[in-house]
Design a binder for this molecule. Sequence first.
Ligand SMILES: C[S@@+](CC[C@H](N)C(=O)[O-])C[C@H]1O[C@@H](n2cnc3c(N)ncnc32)[C@H](O)[C@@H]1O
Length: 227
Amino acid sequence: MSKGKLAKFAELKEMPNVFQNFNWHQPQLINHLGNEVDYKNQWHEQVFGNNNPIVLELGCGYGEYTVAMAQQMPNHNIIGIDIKGNRIHMGAQWLLENRVNNAIFVRTSIELLANYFGEQEISEIWLPFPDPFRRDSKSNRRLTSGYFINIYRQIMEPDGIVHLKTDSTLLYEYTLESIAENGCTLLEEHYDLYGSNPTNALLHVKTRYEKLNLSKADTIKYIKFKL
Ligand SMILES: C[S@@+](CC[C@H](N)C(=O)[O-])C[C@H]1O[C@@H](n2cnc3c(N)ncnc32)[C@H](O)[C@@H]1O
């Protein structure tokens, strides 16, 4: 592990806009004071101090979407979630330096979400460039599998919306099948997102992963569906 990573982990622990889980088997969140916190059904009152809809960015990496949504959607509360603390560090630091208060980060496994959020507490989920898990034997780990859709259903409003952006044709086709198989409603899909000239400014945000792979990908794909 590089020294840079260790320094980032130490700083992350002290950030008031970051909550971390350190043990898969004990899914508590720890705040910047080292205290265990439980905000299930209380994120609005206890953390954001308003009743604005809560949007999750899952597998947020460096948090580009969390930061962009916090700026472009001031009447929403945004939570970026990733297992990798050194990546979250960048977005969390940016929010602190720029005094943006409608977004935070949670470092945890997405599998544990139902421990932290209550029924209907989340209104929208963004999945920018999740790992496609190319092997069929790992298809359950794709963030649009039935396994994850079931987790999202435990925490989302009945009409909750999920956005997927990917460069993977495999994940794009798999997601369209998963939407049908799991009784979700397809709202919009583009095999070539940028070719469709999207008007939603958020769709033009380019994450670290997208920038790295843009030249290799034939097209960027986008799917929007309702649970
Ligand atoms: C391919 S990267 C994409 C990162 C970012 N969304 C982007 O576009 O640059 C996938 C990210 O998802 C995170 N991730 C994958 N599976 C996860 C899980 N089960 N729980 C939490 N984070 C996960 C990884 O740590 C990684 O940062």
